[in-house]
Design a protein around this ligand. Structure first.
Ligand code: 2RA
Length: 445
């Protein structure tokens, strides 16, 4: 991979710190690194991959020459930093909720909807740290049956609020054991030895913002805009890892064994489900790992088509830092980053022209027949990832996908021009692949 010029905004925060660690662990190809944080951290020195960097403040030249900006700070900072980064020609990968629901901003969990990255316009959002594990497990399960309804209750660690809340939990616990007062600052009530059925502020509909984010973001990532889903978010006295109790209703019964099999096949998901030995995912066991852990998988006794399970994931890693880095890696692979688009990069902006090499690459030397052969050879992987949606295949890869063929076809036509493009509906039923089940688009010249 080409070396990238990387800016990290929020480099000293709870997510930023983990981010720099994951960057090192995954050997992310960094050519130049700039660390940005709030004024109280400016001047601090941080060692990354054996080199020392001085933390800077956000300024007008922060993103000059940058390929990619990772932003994990307050939403008010994202509002300024992300458009500024995109304007400067970089791609901003943002951890805030500010842009997540904007139509032009892909909201991505790479294992689920990486094709959405192709539509970026300079800003990509990562989902809320409770949404990502939910979307991953639902995506795995929908390869087996259609999802009709989802209810979820979360048990969220204080690191989701930030470093100050982590310190508050520690200090408050110590104070409580010593019989001292430690008034709450991060939350409306003490968090030590307590549970708070409030994460973020309340909306007029009675849900909290956090709960509503889960609803909307899950629908967007899964491309299921009408999915009935309800969420209750609870803050718990745990430092790291969000846990979730999930109930899903399908269009048919799904056994626990079938669900286990589907979840085991899903990249990034690990099943830990030996209840007779008291083995199931827990925050202390999952903290510091990359996987989304699933256990307590069982048929829901209250509904013939229902399934219940328990999910735990490190909210700072897969919930934030790791997901952001995986997005960058995928964008680099797809040549969607400035450094991937041109090694002799000058001040090229992320315009249609800037994306031409990716387009040319996709079109190069592939014929409809070759793509069809590739489709047949990769059908089982495609089923896992794209079951129930239409995909466009060019040059032996999926360049776009959409549950709505009417939306997919014009988009692919506009982006990849006049050519025969294979756009099959990837369905479970279609296990034997025959030409008539495929849709060919031959645009008018
Ligand atoms: C929280 N999900 O746990 C939020 C952080 N993004 O508060």
């Amino acid at each position: 991979m080409a070396g990238l010029n990387v800016v990290v905004v929020g480099a000293t925060g709870a997510v930023g710190t983990v981010f720099l660690k994951v960057l090192e662990q995954r050997k992310f190809p960094v050519m130049d690194l700039k660390l940005v944080a709030s004024p109280r951290s400016v001047g601090k020195r941080i060692r990354v991959r054996g080199k020392e960097y001085t933390v800077e403040a956000l300024g007008p030249d922060t993103f000059k020459g940058a390929d990619i900006a990772f932003v994990s700070a307050d939403g008010s900072i994202s509002k300024v930093a992300c458009p500024q980064a995109a304007q400067a020609g970089a791609v901003a990968i943002d951890d805030s909720s500010v842009f997540r629901m904007e139509t032009d901003v892909p909201l991505v969990v790479p294992e689920v909807n990486d094709d959405d990255l192709e539509r970026h316009k300079g800003i990509v959002s990562i989902p809320n740290c409770t949404t990502t594990p939910l979307a991953m497990t639902l995506h795995a399960l929908r390869q087996g049956a259609e999802i009709k309804r989802v209810t979820v209750a979360t048990y969220q660690a204080v690191s989701g609020t930030g470093r100050a809340a982590m310190d508050e939990l520690t200090e408050q616990s110590r104070a409580a054991l010593d019989g001292r007062e430690h008034p709450p600052k991060a939350y409306p009530h003490p968090i030590a030895f307590n549970l708070l059925p409030q994460v973020d502020s309340f909306l007029d509909n009675g849900y909290t913002r956090e709960e509503w984010k889960m609803v909307q973001e899950t629908r967007k990532i899964l491309h299921l805009p009408d999915l009935p889903i309800s969420s209750t978010c609870v803050r718990v006295p745990v430092q790291v890892c969000h846990s979730e109790a999930v109930h899903v209703e399908f269009d048919r019964p799904m056994t626990a064994a079938e669900a286990r099999e589907l979840l085991s096949r899903m990249p990034g998901v690990k099943v830990l489900d030996r209840p007779e030995q008291s083995e199931y995912p827990m925050p202390l066991q999952a903290a510091g790992t990359d996987e989304t852990w699933v256990g307590r998988i069982r048929q829901d006794a209250s509904h013939p088509n229902g399934l219940a399970f328990w999910v735990v994931s490190d909210n700072l890693r897969k919930g934030a830092a790791l997901n952001a880095i995986q997005i960058a890696e995928e964008m680099q692979r797809r040549e969607l980053l400035p450094a991937g688009r041109s090694q002799a990069r000058s001040s090229q902006k992320n315009t249609e022209a800037g994306r031409q090499p990716a387009k040319a690459h996709a079109q190069a030397n592939s014929t409809f027949e070759e793509d069809f052969r590739w489709y047949k050879a990769h059908k089982s992987e495609l089923l896992l990832k794209y079951g129930g949606v239409y995909v466009a295949i060019i040059g032996g890869r999926v360049v776009d996908s959409d549950p709505d063929f009417g939306k997919l076809a014009p988009r692919v036509f506009a982006k990849y021009g006049h050519r025969d493009t294979l756009m099959p509906h990837v369905t479970r039923e279609d296990r034997t692949i025959e030409m008539p089940s495929l849709i060919t688009v031959i645009p008018a010249q």
